[in-house]
Design a protein around this ligand. Structure first.
Ligand code: SF4
Length: 68
């Protein structure tokens, strides 16, 4: 994991993000809460939900590695 304090480099957004923002993305892409952050990430990256999930699943910083 490439950690920068409570931030780390996000391959999806191609910039450093806070751990909490990463967790918001994970919870929303896994359907645990409202998708407002995912809507924002789709707008920023122009990626589909499937493409976002593929990037997050392969990310070395994935905070929820045991999720299906
Ligand atoms: S798990 Fe997804 S949102 Fe979190 S750092 Fe990796 S690519 Fe970015």
């Amino acid at each position: 994991m490439i950690a920068l304090g409570t931030h780390w480099f996000c391959p999806l957004l191609n910039r450093a993000i806070a751990e909490g923002y990463c967790l918001d993305i994970q919870y929303q892409r896994l359907g645990y809460c409202k998708p407002d952050v995912l809507t924002e990430v789709k707008r920023e990256t122009r990626k589909s939900a499937g493409e976002i999930s593929a990037t997050c699943d392969d990310c070395p910083n994935q905070p929820l590695p045991d999720q299906p």
